[in-house]
Design a protein around this ligand. Sequence first.
Ligand code: 4AD
Length: 430
Amino acid sequence: MKWVYIEDLAGYQDQDVEIRGWVHNTRSGGRIRFIIIRDGTGFAQATIFSKDENDPLFKTFDRLTQETSLIIRGRVREDKRAPGGYEISVAEIEIIQVAVDYPITPKEHSTPFLMEHRHLWLRSRKQHAVLQVRAEVVRAIRGFFDDRGFRLMDTPILTPSACEGTTTLFETKYFDQAAYLSQSGQLYNEATAAAFGKVYCFGPAFRAEKSKTRRHLIEFWMVEPEVAFATLEDTIELGQDLILFILERVLTKRRADLAELERDPSRLESITKPFPRLTYDEAVPRLQEKGSAIKYGEDFGAPEETIMSDLYSSPVCITHFPAGIKAFYMQPDAARPDLALGVDVLAPEGYGEIIGGGQRIHDPALLERRIKEHNLPPEPYQWYIDLRKYGSVPHSGFGLGVERVVAWICGIKHIRETIPFPRLLYRIYP
Ligand code: 4AD
């Protein structure tokens, strides 16, 4: 008998197949028994029907507990009432292992309990749906860049210097030298962009974020395109297109998962380009009107991001931040050198920043000055300054955080459920 996956059942109507999986739930009534089996690709209903109370299948059924591993053999039948539209008429059950006292029962559990059992929690329907969406988002991102001629460049995780400020650096040892886990692959991508024109890196980023918020992970995944000769405007355009591409993919391929998460798809479907745009100068008075205590010249904190992203039903782009609150590498605006040619894209519905990026300094003297002003040691940046000496060109790029995008698309409150094993301020187990 052929081993098939639940997500492929539609192709096996009226055929005998084998499903290998785990018991999610069971139900019985009169002459009928139901097993909800999950196999990783989905959930299906398997049915045992018998007039004989002593049917050996009923006896096997009675041994089934939640998360018992088993193989079910039977015929695939179309049944509009069944979840997924198909069910299995069971002919044979082979138990692999009876699970005893599975800790996550259908009753409500506290979040700390579930986090402690994250290795098992992943099997639950909602967690499964979120991570299916995540996998689709990642696939969409790779497809988007690969199909547009971007070259994938894997940037190092162990680095000698900071990219995004020194306060969130994760220090480690590199033999007898200090090293830091990468906060961003951007600086290296500026080198690969000069070698390959348009590139992207996609990997984990590490930030020792000391504040406990629902938007911050210590380890998160970021995709970072970088394009030689591109301006701030080009990078905003690219960011918008990427977000729209991801949304369309998830809305087409993972609708059932969004339904499982009770996420209203119309909120995502209504998003079009161009996204609304504001400069920092325009945003500050709007924030103050809405009750924020922000003063001109201060960076947005989580409350400002929330207010801003609550104002719109679409992602919104904020540009031209004061240079002083932004990273050392940002190109100043020619007309207003106190402002940086940077962009933050904030997701709607209070989800906060999903993209940060902009145009990079291409003048070597200015870059050296900025490194000094930011009190960064010049030695580890020599190679980075070199890029400005040998055929320097304007160039731009951005970073998009996968977990924030997944949280927004799924409509879930906390980012910790968007990655299989979140690293949080007070948690590294499991
Ligand atoms: O705005 P950020 O810090 O930008 C950079 O790292 C640039 N070097 C990227 C570039 O231009 N190539 O971070 C980019 C994005 C944020 O918008 C957010 O989505 C995500 O990375 N991010 C985090 N996600 C989860 N947890 C954290 N602690 C995050 N910090 C940033």
